[in-house]
Each structure stands twice: as C-alpha cells, then as structure tokens.
Design a binder for this molecule. Structure first.
Ligand code: NAD
Length: 502
C-alpha cells in the first residue's frame, strides 16, 4: 500500500517543483512508518517566499483588529477540532492524548494573547519634542518571518511563533520537525479557513538543507528556532551572519532542588510528573533532582522509588498511561546509551528502564522509567541533555551547593525549588543563574502574556518568545520626527536641518 504523503502548504501550490527525497514519519506506538514527508530545499522555499511576498503588504495594511479577528476564529476552529488534532499529534509524536491536548491548549493560549496584540502595537508619541516638532515611534512588521520547530511540541511551539508574528502583520513560513509534521499543516489549513489570506501562513518540509536555505534567504527578515543547542547555535550564527534577526532556543537540563523543609509527598508527585511526563521529552522536564542533606535524600528516595515503579507506560490512546513511547528507535537507543554511560561513570542504577517492551506493542519505541542515584556533577551523563524518562539524583550537602549545581550547569532553561520557606525560596530565585524559576512549581513555563526563554546554552539571541518580547521580536521600530513650519514667507528660521532641542 502506498504511504500517505504529507505535503507542503504553499500559497502558490506545489506543481512543477523538482522531486526530492522523502523521510519516514513513524507511529512510535507501533514502530510502523505511517507516512512520508518531503525533505525539500531552496526551490520549495523560493515558492513559499514568492507567496509570502505577494500576501504580506496587504496583510500589514489590514488594521490590527481585523487581523486579530482572524486569530479569534482560528482559535475557535482549533478548539472545534481539538480531539482529531490531538489524536493525529499523538500518533506521530507518541505522547498520551492528555498531553497532546495540552500541547494544543498551551499553543492556543498564545493565540489568545495574540488576539490582544493591537494594544501592544500602538507605538509612542511625543508632541512638541522641539519647537513645532513631534516625534512618533511605530512598530511595523519585520516582513517575512520563519520558524523552525522541534518534534516535541508540534502544535504549541509553532503557535508561539506564528500567532504573534501574524498578529503583528507578518507573513510566516514554518518549517516543522520532519518527525511529526502533520499537525502543523492542519494548523495552516485552519488559519486559512479562519480568514488569513493565502501566503500568510505556509509550511515547508525538510531537514538541515531546508533550514540552511531559510537562514540564507535574503527575503526572510527574522528567524525563530527551537530545538537542540548544537543546531540552535548554528542557526544563530548563520542567520545573524546573513543579517537576520534570530532567536534560537536550545536544550535543557532542569534541576528540582528539594530543601529539608519541603512537603516531600507533594514534591515527589510533582517531580515524578515533571521528570517522566511526555517520556521526559520536554525542554521544561525535570530530569535532575537535588535533595539537600543526607536525611532529605534518603527520605526522598524512599518515596521516589515506589512512585516510579507505579508509573504506567502505555500507548498514546491508553487513558491510564502516564506516558507513551519516545519519538524514534534512534532516540530510544540514544537514551539507553546515556543510561549505560551513567552506570559506567559510577552512578547507582536504582530503576532500570532499558529493554522495556510493551505487551502487544513490542515494536513500539518505549523506554521504561529509569532512576539513577549518586550522580555527580563531573559525569558526562549529568552535563548532557538525555531527553528521555530518566531521573538523576545529585545529593547536595547544603543550600549553597544546591544553588551552585543549576547555576554552574551549561544549560539554564528552568529550575524548581521545593520548600516551605519563603525566605529560602526568594533567595534561591534571586541568585540562581537560570532563566525560568519555579517555587513549588515543577514546570515553570510562563503564561502566554509573560515570556519564555532560558539562559546560557538554552538560548542564543536576546529576545524571548511570546508576551511583549514576542511583539518586539516580530516588529521593528520606525521613528518619524516631523516639523510643520509656519508659512511666513521663509525667514530661514525653519530651515530643515538636523533638529536639536535647545
Ligand atoms: P533538533 O535540533 O534535532 O531539531 C530541531 C529543528 O532543527 C527541526 O526542525 C530539524 O529539522 C532541524 N535540524 C535538525 N538537525 C539540523 C541540522 N544539523 N542543521 C539544521 N537544522 C537541523 O531538535 P529536536 O530533537 O526536534 O527537539 C528536541 C530538542 O529541542 C531538545 O534539545 C529540547 O530541549 C529542545 N527544545 C527546546 C525548547 C526551548 O524552548 N528551549 C523547547 C522545546 C524543545
């Protein structure tokens, strides 16, 4: 039987484009290839740019409230198709349906934020900045923006980017992960049904070749990237060398610090959910737990082990499952390789999830929950991002050591502290060298009208995602200084020279 083919979503269609190789799209639950996706490059991108260039000026000239109305309608359409979209998403990604709905829902929250963007596009005005001189600064769209997104949030992360970019008056070209590309295409279809002109949201498929084509394309003004740090760094360097505005978000290794006064039962529930939910394939997962003091470590371990054994691994559609398979067999091998490495480095393997096979789904890409104790900061398996259902425990002797661990770690996306002490929490939050902090909140992903972004190797570039920062990223400022001289026959007083404010 011929495989389903996932196509680009282009305003000008795909007729006449040169044939390209395709890549497999798996169902990680069964291990079966369920579709194929084209791995295209410059020719497809040129066609998308042509469509974007044709559509963007009129869209930028459409008043901001009308643009926002399209986003209101888009939200309604996505909500109406939530169940179908969640199933499709789960079938390519492997996350359980509740997580797939969460992926869509967190994206929609940025769409809701984007519906209010007219308020943030108002600009600034100074009347009488000099004699007869007025100054106004306005936010104008950058023009054509592009987004390159990872496999782990195929709905939320594209919506973070295109919701804000489109509301600001840009045309947007999305290059989703080639591992789960179907939902992004469905979102583009829905955006068109919601009333966005063709060319305002297009989807192109591919891997590294397409990414480099985007980074090099002279018509693309700004690029937003989310993925691993190695690729983020490359995207940032190449895109900025080409004169683009670039924000590139990378990997993570978030720590959960447990102080001796924490509510341990509560903390264990939170840590297990944050470490193993979505099979650990979240950039805001909590794969490292740091108890402070030996007594806390022993008490925490005594509670963690049974909670980890109680986790149910299942297919995406199993309503009882806590998490599903990881995205590919290759990624499973990588995760299992890191577990072996941790053991070789001297960590204690308390719960081993390697070799896990789910009955009836033996070919699925499952990894059992894994727990390693006595991990130390010099271990490579501690410094690296594993991105799987693996929890590592690093024991700290005191508060200062616990504060140093996430602060000195190469990644700086998120961190959480569990305590009953407001004073300790405040000190931790103020001093820790990490971009997003949770206090008794295991996954501190900021709400849509705040802003998302980590520090150190977790982010390259200087403007965050969504919230007012997103508006800054997807607009540029034009400042108009105007003077209207009185028509008094020309005394020379009103000569148009550089205005200085005497
Ligand atoms: P990835 O870096 O492999 O892929 C991300 C994107 O880059 C994809 O669209 C892919 O096609 C493209 N790409 C892959 N290799 C490339 C190359 N050599 N050159 C150019 N482009 C390339 O990441 P992934 O495995 O899809 O996603 C998981 C990673 O994303 C993890 O590291 C995770 O922490 C990170 N992530 C970060 C955040 C954040 O906000 N900081 C959010 C989600 C995921």
């Amino acid at each position: 039987m011929a495989l389903r083919r996932i196509d680009h979503w282009l305003a000008l269609g795909t007729a006449g484009l040169p044939p390209v190789e395709t890549g497999p799209v798996y169902d990680p639950n069964s291990g079966v290839v369920q579709a194929e996706v084209p791995l295209a490059g410059r020719a497809v991108l040129d066609r998308a740019v042509e469509g974007a260039l044709a559509a963007q000026p009129d869209w930028a000239a459409t008043n901001p409230q009308r643009r926002a109305r399209v986003l209101f309608e888009f939200k309604r359409l996505v909500e109406a198709e939530m169940d179908d979209l969640a199933r499709l998403l789960a079938s390519e990604h492997g996350k359980v349906l509740a997580d797939a709905r969460g992926d869509l829902q967190r994206g929609l929250e940025v769409i809701e934020f984007a519906c209010g963007i007219p308020h943030l596009l108002k600009g600034e005005y100074t009347p009488g900045a000099g004699p007869g001189i007025d100054v106004q600064s306005m936010r104008v769209p950058v023009g054509i923006g592009a987004g390159i997104t990872p496999f782990n949030f195929p709905a939320m992360i594209p919506m973070w980017m295109f919701g804000v970019a489109i509301a600001c008056g840009n045309a947007f070209i999305l290059k989703p992960s080639e591992k789960d590309p179907s939902v992004p295409v469905r979102l583009a279809e829905l955006m068109e049904r919601a009333g966005a002109p063709r060319g305002i949201l297009q989807v192109v498929h591919g891997g590294a070749e397409m990414v480099d084509a985007i980074l090099d394309h002279p018509a693309i003004a700004a690029v937003s990237f989310v993925g691993s740090s190695e690729v983020a760094q490359h995207v940032y360097a190449r895109g900025s060398a080409a004169g683009k505005r670039v924000q590139a978000f990378g990997g993570a290794k978030n720590h959960g610090i447990v102080l001796p006064d924490a509510d341990l039962d509560r903390a264990v529930e939170d840590i297990v959910g944050a470490a193993f939910g979505s099979a650990g394939e979240r950039c805001m997962a909590l794969p490292v737990v740091v108890p402070v003091g030996e007594a806390t470590a022993e008490a925490l371990r005594a509670r963690l082990v049974p909670a980890i054994h109680a986790l149910r691994v299942g297919v995406s559609t199993d309503p009882e499952a806590h998490y599903g398979p990881v995205v590919t067999a290759e990624h499973r091998a990588r995760i299992e390789g890191w577990i072996a490495r941790a053991v070789a480095e001297g960590a204690e393997l308390v719960v081993d999830g390697r070799g896990f096979r789910l009955q009836g789904h033996e070919q699925g890409f499952f990894v059992g929950p894994t727990f390693l104790d006595h991990v130390t900061p010099t271990m490579e398996s501690y410094r690296a991002e594993i991105f799987g259902p693996v929890l590592q425990m690093v024991r700290a002797k005191d508060f200062e050591e616990a504060l140093r661990l996430p602060s000195d770690h190469p990644y700086g996306n998120g961190v959480a502290v569990f305590t009953r002490s407001g004073r300790a929490a405040r000190e931790f939050a103020h001093r820790v060298n990490v971009g997003m902090v949770g206090i008794n909140v295991p996954i501190p992903v900021p709400v849509a009208y705040h802003t998302f972004g980590g520090w150190k190797r977790s982010a390259f570039g200087d403007i965050n995602q969504h919230g007012p920062e997103g508006v800054r990223f997807w607009t540029k400022i034009k400042t108009v200084t105007s003077r209207w001289p009185e028509d008094d026959g020309g005394s020379g007083q009103d000569a148009f020279v550089i205005p200085t404010m005497r």
